[in-house]
Design a protein. Structure first.
Length: 256
């Protein structure tokens, strides 16, 4: 097994609704979903399956299995008008309806966490990730927002028939890709970090969208200064040896 395959998982995620919000629709309180899942949303799903600060999840590609359909619903989000109490507001959200995706992802060690180098055992991390995937994820799975709960299960990417398998190439214009967090991009010599938003122009061909790596995105917007959380194994982080032992996993791969 190659190193990339050893660090890779493939899973199916499905839900009744999804809301991958277009940032342009946030201003007035009315939200409208992109037609495609964003890199950041799929990365969040992978992290809900299994995550440690030792590594970073990278989304390689996503396959749209069902026809893209939208559904408009009236909602009552909380409205904070500056008074002493919050009230419910009225808004119209446009969701994706009855979605299903196949996702291929892999993890790589976080180079900005040298203090966790003793936790870098790809075989054990991959074994735990696959076990958590079989159990439906370690945390709740949601697609874009907590209102859209979903379900995950292992799959073979490219297997089964999809509604867009024979479709032409479709370009979707400028879309949100993800966030650059300081714990993944590093901080300066003064231990100060910045939060940036990334954008890209995706295309879907035969139902498959292949994502750019975060560093390949050329359009970025500064959001605000931001620090990185500190982790200390044994205090606020459990080591992979402990987790693998608790799950009674048999792993033959050694340390990288």
């Amino acid at each position: 097994m190659t190193k990339l395959n050893r660090n890779r998982i493939e899973f199916k995620v499905k839900a009744r609704h999804a809301l991958f919000t277009d940032p342009l629709t946030r201003i007035g309180g009315e939200k409208c979903s992109y037609h495609l899942p964003t890199y950041e949303a799929l990365k969040g799903i992978a992290k809900s399956i299994y995550w440690k600060p030792t590594f970073i999840w990278f989304i390689d590609e996503v396959r749209v299995m069902k026809r893209i359909r939208t559904q408009t619903k009236g909602t009552k989000p909380l409205f904070f008008g500056g008074g002493s109490k919050s009230t419910h507001d009225l808004a119209i959200y446009t969701f994706l309806f009855d979605v299903e995706y196949q996702v291929r992802a892999h993890f790589e060690w976080n180079p900005h966490r040298p203090e966790l180098s003793q936790d870098r055992n790809s075989g054990k991390h991959n074994a735990v990730a696959r076990r958590m995937l079989e159990r439906g994820g370690r945390q709740d799975i949601f697609l874009g927002t907590r209102d859209c709960l979903g379900y995950v299960e292992p799959c073979e990417f490219g297997n089964e028939k999809g509604d867009y398998d024979d479709s032409d190439e479709v370009a979707y214009g400028l879309m949100f890709h993800g966030f650059d967090y300081p714990d993944e991009t590093g901080m300066n010599e003064n231990f100060e970090g910045e939060l940036h938003a990334r954008f890209w122009r995706p295309t879907m061909k035969n139902g498959v969208v292949r994502f750019l790596l975060p560093e390949e995105c050329t359009i970025r917007k500064f959001i605000r200064p931001m620090g990185a959380k500190q982790f200390d194994q044994g205090k606020n982080l459990r080591g992979i040896d402990t987790e693998a032992a608790e799950l009674q996993l048999e792993v033959v791969d050694g340390l990288d």
